[in-house]
Write a protein that binds this ligand. Structure first.
Ligand SMILES: C[S@@+](CC[C@H](N)C(=O)[O-])C[C@H]1O[C@@H](n2cnc3c(N)ncnc32)[C@H](O)[C@@H]1O
Length: 288
């Protein structure tokens, strides 16, 4: 077969693949958060103070921490574990309040940035680059944080495994503070179905094409944003970002089944009063 014919066939397969609905939580490319180029784009997104991107905007982060300290009495001497701490935007501010924080993240770039910042600011931080599925703490922390919907990205089995790890890491009576997205957010953002050409950007440093396709699994409150990235040299990678959204009822059931009970809920981690139909549910759950 001619080279150009093979190329055409490959492109045709990519297009066909881009509209095939995957099995729920079917894996895509494993290297995402720690990919050398994507992690650079992610760090830029984390550090943009004005956009809710990889982290929320600075104003929201500051309000959230004010709420944690004033209303939840997270105080000097408490031991906090921040799972998926990114570049340490929450961890470093908590540490500056005298709280002892351990930050875990799988992205080397984010952890390197966080460590460098901590040195510059004279903060005694414990930042560790590893997967939060590989931690092994037993009864160490007063509080575990997981901020910006990370719990929604896992299948039920994987989520329950993580809740078990968090439960074990907490002291008796310790608190797990996190947020989950709801179906309302997903419906507002809507299905994406487009392709674009880039000279270099978020996914790749050089010329590439992205086939972006959203898939809805309404009976499971699950959603997939899929990105097929085609490089100029013909390399093709499929990235799958899964979201399992929750309602107050479903997240309560999950927590109860995994040894937690809900202490507080809000519509946002800054302490906004909970309203049915909100985009997010922020939760403080007590280990029982
Ligand atoms: C949406 S970002 C939120 C970061 C941070 N919590 C914030 O709000 O600023 C999710 C973070 O989780 C990290 N992450 C994803 N999977 C992880 C894993 N298995 N173990 C550790 N970190 C992980 C990513 O590298 C990323 O920094």
């Amino acid at each position: 077969m001619e080279k150009s014919e093979k190329m055409f066939q490959k492109l045709f397969e990519c297009l066909a693949d881009s509209v095939r609905k995957p099995q729920r939580f079917e894996l895509g490319e494993a290297l995402f958060w720690d990919d050398p180029h994507i992690s650079k784009s992610m760090l830029e997104a984390h550090l943009n103070p004005n956009v809710d991107g990889a982290s929320r905007r600075t104003e929201t982060i500051e309000k959230t921490l004010e709420h944690f300290i004033n209303s939840l009495s997270i105080k000097q001497g408490d031991k906090v574990l921040d799972l998926g701490c990114g570049p340490g935007l929450y961890s470093s501010r908590l540490c500056a309040h005298g709280i002892s924080v351990t930050g875990i993240d799988i992205s080397r770039r984010s952890i390197n940035y966080a460590q460098k910042k901590a040195r510059e600011q004279g903060l005694n931080m414990d930042y560790i680059c590893k997967s939060f599925f590989d931690i092994d703490y037993d009864g160490v922390f007063d509080c575990v944080l997981q901020i910006y919907g990370e719990l929604c990205t896992f299948s039920d089995e994987t989520r329950n495994r993580l809740l078990g790890i968090i439960h074990r890491a907490l002291k008796d009576d310790g608190r797990f503070i996190f947020d989950v997205s709801t179906r309302a957010l997903r419906m507002r953002e809507g299905v994406k179905n487009k392709w674009y050409f880039s000279d270099g950007g978020f996914w790749r440093p050089n010329r590439h094409v992205v086939l972006e396709q959203g898939f809805d699994y309404p009976e499971f409150d699950t959603w997939l944003d899929q990105y097929i990235v085609i490089n100029e040299d013909g390399e093709v990678k499929t990235y799958r970002l899964w979201f399992h959204d929750y309602s107050l009822l479903t997240i309560s059931q999950v927590l109860n089944n995994n040894g937690f009970e809900i202490e507080y809920i809000w519509s946002a981690l800054e302490g906004t009063e909970y309203k049915k139909g909100s985009d997010w549910i922020a939760v403080v759950a007590r280990k029982v």
